[in-house]
Design a protein around this ligand. Structure first.
Ligand SMILES: [Zn+2]
Length: 99
């Protein structure tokens, strides 16, 4: 699904670019139409690609957060803050954590 969006965005971008280039070889009326459509397609392509990239960045960040969360956690017996299980000394209250 995501690959499809990347491909459609890339195609929009490429077709828009081709239309812009082709418009320079056409007669004036056709060139105008070609330029307008070309710019619209270029913009759609760019927006599509940006949306995909941003959503990918978000999902990969969420996945990373999830992975971090799945690392076994423990609580400081003194102040109760969340610590990774391999933590030896609480960074907040300096209590030595027994594992
Ligand atoms: Zn603590």
């Amino acid at each position: 699904m995501k690959n499809l969006k990347i491909i459609s965005g890339a195609i929009c971008f490429a077709v828009g670019l081709i239309m812009l280039i082709a418009s320079t070889t056409l007669s004036r009326d056709m060139a105008y139409l070609c330029k307008v459509f070309g710019v619209i397609l270029l913009l759609f392509g760019i927006i599509d690609l940006i949306v995909v990239l941003v959503s990918q960045a978000f999902t990969s960040k969420n996945l990373k957060d999830k992975d971090d969360f799945q690392v076994s956690m423990t609580k400081c017996p003194n102040c109760g803050i969340q610590l990774k299980s391999e933590t030896k000394v609480c960074p907040k209250c300096k209590t030595v954590i027994k594992s």
